[in-house]
Design a protein around this ligand. Structure first.
Ligand SMILES: Nc1ccn([C@@H]2O[C@H](COP(=O)(O)O)[C@@H](O)[C@H]2O)c(=O)n1
Ligand SMILES: C[C@@]1(CO)OP(=O)(O)OP(=O)(O)OC[C@H]1O
Length: 158
């Protein structure tokens, strides 16, 4: 069996008048994230980790932010399509471990639904998806609530 690991990182800036989408769900907050898509920073980090593990470039290579078809797109569609690319190459998911760095909002209450949602989109067991949240103790751009960062590691196998 071939086992590979991948790492993904993404950042999106907070702006007013946008919905906040994280881990495939909408979260009530005073600001949302700026982006060409729905700016779901966690899903983008997971897509990059999956593509990296398979040595298949990155999210912007497959879904360019210059393409009209991806404008405002639900990132769950990009995650589904990323999983299709991996499946076509013969890979299955081992597990995902992800961390969201955000001063606010409080994310713990939303994590079970994020995990359930992503597991359904990816067609994997919810037990294979771990999502954690951390503040950055008011330090840096996340600490100043200028944006959110997300990190993901994945294991895939074939
Ligand atoms: N946006 C966030 C950030 C953190 N949490 C939870 O709070 C715990 C403590 O955060 P620290 O940054 O002080 O480590 C953290 O472990 C998370 O469980 C959260 O829910 N939402
Ligand atoms: C998802 C895509 C495509 O809509 O756009 P953004 O929402 O701007 O996200 P980013 O993580 O900057 O890059 C990937 C993009 O190609």
């Amino acid at each position: 069996m071939k086992i590979r690991v991948g790492f993904g990182y993404d950042v999106h800036a907070f702006v007013a008048d946008r919905e906040l989408w994280l881990g495939g769900i909408r979260i009530e907050h005073s600001m949302g994230l700026q982006g060409h898509s729905d700016a779901d920073v966690l899903i983008h980090a997971i897509c990059d980790a999956l593509l990296g593990a398979a040595n298949m470039r990155d999210i912007g290579y497959h879904f360019p932010d210059t393409a009209e078809e991806y404008e405002g797109i639900d990132s769950k569609v990009l995650l589904y399509e990323t999983m299709e690319l991996l499946r076509d190459a013969g890979y299955t998911l081992g597990n995902i471990d992800a961390t969201i760095a955000a001063e606010k909002p409080k994310l713990n209450p939303h994590i079970p639904l994020m995990k359930q949602t992503l597991a359904e989109v990816m067609g994997v067991d919810v037990e294979d998806i771990s999502i954690k949240a951390t503040t950055t103790e008011k330090l840096g751009f996340t600490g100043r609530q200028e944006g959110i960062a997300a990190y993901a590691t994945v294991l895939i196998q074939k």
